[in-house]
Design a protein around this ligand. Structure first.
Ligand code: ASP
Length: 453
């Protein structure tokens, strides 16, 4: 059995947590490589190192002298860990040099910011490797550069170049435990590129595939992935098995436990992911795999809130007889680099649903409105703000569609919640309901009680 273990920010936030991580690694000879995040929050009001690094870039770019203080705050986090683990303090000088070099020598802001953001995981990997070595374990820090993790940068997501897997495969039979910083890779031109937030998960997936692993253990601070967000629902049902497709629908829909991009490298190889808790490694665990055997008992696997949406609603008499109507409308959003996620349609009406976060300025919004106004002879056009989408997901949904739609209607009727829209996903394994933001919590609670209890 070959495994990759990835530890998230809360698992490597301080020396005490890092010691737990080492215990896990040392008790499992199947683990070939370990991917680590940057130190996360130690307590609720704490700041993640990645957020401090982002702050540092902003201050430096704005000639705000407070950046010097931020460097010290960042280094203090590592100083504390290094002191508590009793390892060589000279690492701190290396860290300071790397930060200062990145700030002063990389002229392009985009690349400077990417390089600075990568330091959170890079510094943590270096010190964890040192600590493990101090325990007389054969181990080494492996940078994404040496490992050959190469990505092409696109606006929304990194494209992992195939050669990455060939490069990694060369390390497959080395008899040493690799400690790899997560969250970043290199461009073909040798520049550091960080992934989306939570992107250490993606590094874990890339390594699991490149090193031919059977299991990717993803350690966080929860025993399971749950059927609903535990922040919203009291003691939601734990999930023992979930498919990639379901996970994709749920993580895309606001489940924060596993980053959405990270599923892709694993899909074609059927590598299983096991989500585990660093603080309780011998209990629980959710397995994510291609097919699950308990679809009949648990046809619906989870419910989650998607986030905030905007709807552009257009009505035009005889719309259905016009060719290319939707395309013309979609072009406007494409031009603005805004992904369109849902398009509910009627004969003479349609709505374009996009995530609110993609509208980055009032100017951009006005631009879209003006383009629609000048290009369409509509009868009516308006925008609905404050829409929340809730996804109900499960491989077995297709077998209980009518029953589920009945239950959803019952909840909305009894709770007197206005249903803005409902979409039955084309893949038959999801239903999306759209409500006003103010009804979101109530709707999730009531739906959870109806569908899961
Ligand atoms: N440190 C990065 C973040 O806070 C990446 C990660 O933890 O996976 O998003």
């Amino acid at each position: 059995m070959r495994k990759i273990a990835k530890f998230g920010g809360s698992s490597v936030a301080n020396a005490e947590q890092i010691k737990k991580v080492c215990n896990i690694i040392l008790n499992d000879n199947d683990i070939r490589a370990v991917v680590v995040s940057a130190p996360g929050k130690r307590f609720d009001s704490d700041i993640k190192v990645t957020d401090l690094l982002i702050e540092l870039c902003k201050e430096y770019r704005n000639d705000d002298e407070r950046y010097k203080k931020t460097i010290n705050t960042i280094l203090d986090r590592y100083d504390e860990i290094i002191s508590d683990l009793n390892i060589d303090k000279s690492l701190l000088d290396t860290y300071r040099n790397i930060l200062e070099k990145n700030l002063t020598e990389i002229e392009d802001h985009f690349y400077m910011e990417n390089a600075i953001k990568s330091c959170g995981e890079d510094f943590n990997a270096r010190l964890i490797a040192e600590y493990i070595k101090s325990l007389d374990i054969k181990c080494r820090y492996l940078s994404p550069k040496e490992a050959g993790i190469i990505v092409e940068h696109t606006l929304n997501k990194p494209i992992i170049l195939e050669e990455t897997y060939d490069n990694l495969n060369k390390f497959k039979n080395e008899d040493v435990l690799f400690i790899v910083p997560g969250f970043y890779a290199y461009s073909p031109q040798g520049k550091i590129l960080t992934f989306k937030r939570g992107g250490s998960d993606l590094t874990g997936s890339i390594l699991a595939r490149g090193l031919d692993c059977d299991i990717y253990e993803n350690y966080t601070d929860m025993n399971y992935i749950y059927a609903a967000n535990p922040k919203l629902i009291d003691k939601p049902r734990p999930i023992t098995n979930i498919t990639y497709r379901e996970m994709r629908e749920l993580s895309y829909n606001g489940f924060e436990i596993f980053q959405e991009d990270a599923v892709t490298p694993l899909l074609s190889k059927s590598i299983k992911i096991q989500v585990k808790n660093t603080n309780d490694p011998n209990n629980g665990g959710t397995i994510i795999e291609t097919k699950r055997n308990n679809v009949d008992e648990n046809p619906i696997i989870g419910i989650s809130n998607v986030g905030d949406f905007l709807a552009f609603n257009i009505t035009e008499y005889l719309m259905n007889q016009e060719t290319g109507y939707i395309k013309k409308l979609l072009d406007i959003f494409e031009y603005q680099h805004i992904p369109v996620e849902h398009i509910p349609t009627g004969i003479d009406s349609l709505s374009i649903l996009i995530r609110k976060k993609y509208i980055t300025s009032e100017f951009q919004m006005q631009n879209i409105i003006n383009t629609i106004k000048s290009n369409f002879n509509y009868d009516h056009f308006d925008i609905t703000d404050n829409i929340s989408a809730i996804a109900i997901v499960g491989e077995g949904l297709k077998n209980i569609m009518v029953e589920t739609l009945y239950k959803i209607s019952k909840v909305f009727y009894e709770e007197k919640i206005k249903l803005e829209s409902i979409i039955h996903g084309a893949s038959n394994n999801s239903i999306f309901v759209f409500v006003n933001k103010k009804d979101e919590e109530n709707a999730i609670n009531a739906l959870y009680n109806e569908l899961f209890k």
